[in-house]
Write a protein that binds this ligand. Structure first.
Ligand code: RBF
Length: 164
């Protein structure tokens, strides 16, 4: 099966992000990868109308800390969505599985607990090459995908809140 390019989307299907506020949590592990993902996410949000001052960026040490970083955003700020950006690369120990499982579970719980879009921008790859390919390389940028997902989920929430 061909892998989808993460930066390909129907531009007309994306609502305006002009009035939306975003929090981005970036893991410092594999920072050459996560910073490229965050750059993609920020550029995509701005491309769709988001104002720079409505994007707040914070860092956490590793992907395992993304969940709590996201919770801090949900508790202490008025953002409309939170993007969790991390890159976990499989090593020789089972650490990979525990971290991926922890973040997946954690992100899901934040979505439910706060009724807020918390976007899973986590690359879980077998090696660095696969991660680079998905962080602005030949398979696009998962940061772009996370940004588009955040905009769409906020728009969906607002639509239903307004009874549409
Ligand atoms: N954090 C990541 O974001 N990506 C990784 O690939 C990653 N690999 C790790 C491998 C090992 C053996 C350890 C001990 C930690 C790793 N972490 C990684 C850091 C982890 O997410 C977390 O920051 C630390 O375990 C401290 O809670």
């Amino acid at each position: 099966m061909a892998t989808r390019n993460l930066s390909d989307y129907d531009i007309n299907s994306v609502p305006s992000a002009e009035k939306m506020k975003f929090g981005i949590v970036i893991a410092e592990w594999n920072y050459h990868i996560t910073s490229a993902m965050a750059k993609g996410a920020i550029e995509t949000l701005i491309k769709h109308g988001c104002k720079e001052e409505n994007i707040r960026v914070k860092h956490v040490p590793g992907s395992f800390e993304l969940t709590l970083g996201g919770q801090f955003f949900a508790e202490y700020t008025d953002v409309d969505a939170i993007l969790l950006i991390g890159s976990v690369i499989k090593g020789e120990t089972p650490h990979f599985d525990y971290i991926c499982q922890g973040v997946t579970q954690g992100a899901t719980e934040l979505n439910m607990k706060y009724n807020l879009p918390v976007i899973f921008g986590l690359l879980t790859t077998l090696n660095e090459k696969q991660a680079l390919e998905r962080a602005g390389g030949k398979l696009g940028n998962k940061g772009d995908e996370a940004a588009i997902t955040a905009i769409k989920m906020i728009a969906l929430q607002q639509e239903l809140e307004e009874g549409k």
